[in-house]
Design a binder for this molecule. Structure first.
Ligand SMILES: [Zn+2]
Length: 348
């Protein structure tokens, strides 16, 4: 590419400014790697089970007792939850016509509701869980060998399935302080939300609109076919999934795992973990053994078939700037074509 470009993300419709800075090298970013501690006093380590809320699930190969050592992955409610299970006395039903009756913006609705929606709120009901990825003090998920990562991702999927009655289930992993990781011991989080977030609703709407416009085609399947044909942002491909740097990548070295057979729901599918292991290895080889990174899954909201799951990850290299806060438009200084070329060289 020549000068800066505005690109539109195919899935969300969001615009991104891609502003290539040819002088920029991976070492120039100030927030790539960090130096974790030794795990002294860590509440997520094996043996410290009493310091967390009681577990709701764990992989215990030897059948050890709950909330004792002997696990390989362990899940418990977040001690500081963003979403809490509804109490018996709490109002969890939403009144028809209130600001929460649908995910659409009530101020833009043609139907005037009875109440005043300017200061709308309701209890944040749902579930917010922590899934610890390893019993020993591992700060980076990149440290897990393939067979352990396979078991970890299956634990994530199992906890997402456990909340299949929620309107939307979000899986995230924050690694490193700049990526929002408040505890360094490697862990993922599952949020079972009482609403479908706007970005996810937007993807769903665009999948449906694309299918209608093309008489039955899948938006992400068509994007993937074209990415393979163009071979500019494709990093790797195996029998099950492809790994690309998205056309409208919001951050440098952002990557997306896309199943080659369209499948709405990540948690009901079983593929992609070997490619995730390779992608994490490529980030480590470019940005150091303990890269700070964000990882998230977009999966079908409850009852939705017209969707196509994908898993996204990006090293956390720079904090957002005021422009991004003001506009919601991200500025990416490394074109995804440049990132993909480096990642192709780095991936095993
Ligand atoms: Zn620990």
């Amino acid at each position: 590419m020549g000068g800066p470009e505005i690109r539109i993300d195919q899935l969300t419709g969001s615009r991104v400014l891609v502003t290539p800075d040819r002088a920029l090298k991976p070492d120039d970013f100030g927030h790539g790697a960090w130096t974790p501690g030794d795990g002294e006093g860590c509440p997520f380590c094996e043996g410290a089970e009493a310091e967390t809320p009681g577990e709701v699930a764990a992989l215990r190969p030897d059948g050890s007792e709950p909330d004792s050592p002997g696990w390989t992955t362990r899940t418990f409610p977040n001690l500081y939850p963003a979403l809490v299970p509804p109490g018996d006395s709490e109002q969890s039903q939403v009144e028809a016509g209130s600001a929460f009756a649908s995910h659409h913006d009530p101020l833009l609705s043609s139907v005037r509701s009875a109440g005043n929606d300017l200061f709308a709120s309701r209890a944040a009901t749902g579930h917010h869980e922590v899934i610890v990825n390893a019993p020993e003090h591992i700060a980076s998920i990149t440290d897990l060998p393939p067979e352990r990562l396979e078991a970890v991702v299956e634990s994530w999927r199992e906890r997402m399935r456990a909340h299949s009655d929620a309107p939307y289930v979000q899986l995230i992993l924050n690694q490193g302080p700049d990526a929002g990781g408040s505890i360094e011991h490697s862990h993922a989080q599952v949020g079972a939300a009482p609403f479908v977030p706007a970005q996810v609703a937007r993807e769903r709407e665009r999948f449906a609109a694309y299918r209608e416009r093309t008489a039955g085609a899948s938006l992400l399947e068509d994007v993937l076919r074209e990415e393979v044909r163009r071979d500019e942002r494709l990093v790797a491909i195996d029998d099950d999934v492809a790994l690309i740097c998205p056309w409208a990548s919001r951050w440098p070295y952002e990557m997306r795992i896309i199943p080659r057979t369209p499948s709405p729901s990540f948690e009901e599918d079983g593929v992609g973990t070997p490619m995730l292991h390779r992608a994490l290895g490529a980030i480590s080889s470019i940005f150091g053994a303990t890269p700070q990174l964000n990882l998230w899954v977009k999966t079908a909201p409850r009852g939705v078939e017209d969707f196509h799951w994908h898993l996204d990850l990006a090293p956390r290299l720079e904090p957002p700037s005021s422009f991004e806060f003001a506009t919601g438009v991200d500025v990416n200084v490394v074109p995804p074509e440049v990132a993909a070329a480096e990642l192709r060289d780095a991936i095993a």
